[in-house]
Design a protein around this ligand. Structure first.
Ligand code: ATP
Ligand code: MG
Length: 392
């Protein structure tokens, strides 16, 4: 029955120039999402509404699923579009709509009519009453509830007439592309894909960097990161993924720095390299999956020591999240199953038995001087030799 879908978006903060930027970005993201579905679709904007229209055969569930990945969309409403054949025909069509849409006709409802076209002969209040009556007459077990109806039957008179009552929640947020670009430090774990998803939900486009340590970390560990980037790209759009060979740097740290500081020093080099790539790629900040106290390298002291090497802002959307909260989102965005695959991560190979939990940033910086004779060259080699994978 449905070939047209009305997309709603939050409008409170949308004024003037912002509004056009937001709507255009949203239309672009909707087009990207539907381009991955079978069938042909037209996406257009009309009177601060976005409509998706199927031009031929399509798969309803696939389309809804795709539209549910578009940040900025707050609701997806399948709409029945009618030609204006007079008010009696409209009443009959609405009754037929209710009949076909709801198997059990025993709900409470309210009609909400709007006339964008003021020359329509029946005004909104009259329409509410008369259409309501027609529905009540047709289905003896439905009741009107004007305060908290189970079904809100929307009837909108525009050039054509739109009838809808199904409201499928969208992901909310802001359309990707309205918020600049960020560099996500993406590991194969649970947290960083969720962190990338969350920041992207605020309209931020992503690039990503993964630090790979072959042969200590396998091709499968790298593939897992590529797979995770692929999964979140359904929401975030294309991601340029930089894969840095981190082995020599990690070995040098392992050989020349105190064991209990390995992780912190390694994390500081990751941040430095990520920042270098971020600046080169016009990213406005770094994004990590860190959360206070989750592991030794994420105490407030450790985070301060890691943060000290960056000048760009570091966005840590999970900073106050418990693991279970993160798991819940990972399940929702379907990264969970991939994240828990057991391939080793470069951090787990060179870890100390008793890492510092309260590092002093000056002491750490002092110990990094042990690397002075080799590190710049190693960083340069790692950056220049990186592999770039375009996730589309
Ligand atoms: P995750 O689940 O994201 O791996 P984690 O709980 O394992 O996080 P850490 O390993 O301490 O935590 O890493 C903290 C953050 O540092 C990660 O969320 C991620 O942003 C970044 N990070 C860690 N390892 C890597 C890596 N190999 N490549 C890129 N980023 C990494
Ligand atoms: Mg990790």
């Amino acid at each position: 029955m449905f070939r047209t879908f009305l997309l709603k978006y939050g409008e409170i903060f949308l004024k003037g120039k912002n509004r056009y930027m937001f709507e255009d970005a949203l239309v672009e993201q909707v087009r990207r999402a539907v381009s991955k579905c079978d069938g042909e679709f037209e996406v257009h904007k009309s009177l601060s509404r976005i409509y998706v229209e199927a031009l031929g055969d399509f798969d309803y569930d696939e389309l809804i699923e795709a539209l549910s990945t578009v940040f900025g969309v707050t609701a997806i409403c399948p709409v029945l579009v009618l030609e204006d054949n007079g008010f009696d025909a409209l009443k009959a069509d609405v009754v037929k709509y209710v009949d076909e849409t709801y198997e059990e006709k025993n709900f409470t409802f309210k009609v909400h009519s709007r006339r964008a076209r003021k020359n329509y002969p029946v005004n909104s209040l009259e329409m509410n009453c008369l259409i309501g009556e027609a529905v009540l007459d047709a289905f003896p077990d439905v009741k009107v509830d004007v305060h908290t109806p189970e079904v809100l039957l929307n009837v909108e008179i525009r050039e054509r007439i739109y009838v809808y009552s199904i409201v499928i929640p969208g992901p909310g947020g802001m359309p990707v592309g309205t918020g600049g670009k960020g560099m996500l430090l993406l590991s194969g774990g649970l947290d960083s894909p969720v962190a990338g998803y969350m920041v992207s939900k605020r309209g931020v486009k992503l690039e990503a960097v993964y630090f790979h340590a072959p042969p200590y970390t396998s091709e499968r560990a790298k593939q897992k990161v590529v797979d995770l980037a692929q999964i979140i790209s359904r929401y975030t759009g294309p991601i340029k993924l930089h894969v840095i060979n981190f082995t020599d740097i990690q070995k040098a740290i392992y050989e020349k720095c105190p064991q209990d500081e390995l992780t912190i020093i390694m994390r500081r080099y990751m941040m430095r390299i990520a920042e270098e790539l971020a600046v080169a790629g016009n990213c406005l900040g770094l994004i990590t999956g860190e959360s206070i106290g989750q592991v030794a390298s994420q105490t407030m002291q450790s985070l301060a020591a890691t943060n000290a090497v960056c000048t760009l802002p570091v966005y840590r959307p999970l900073i106050a999240f418990d693991k279970q909260d993160i798991v819940t989102i990972a399940e929702k965005i379907k990264t969970y199953e991939t994240s828990i695959l057991p391939y080793e991560d470069c951090c787990t190979i060179f870890v100390a038995e008793h890492p510092v939990t309260k590092p002093n940033v000056n002491v750490i910086a002092k110990h990094e001087e042990n690397l002075a004779d080799c590190i710049d060259e190693m960083v340069k080699t790692a950056v220049e030799g990186r592999e770039v994978i375009e996730i589309l």
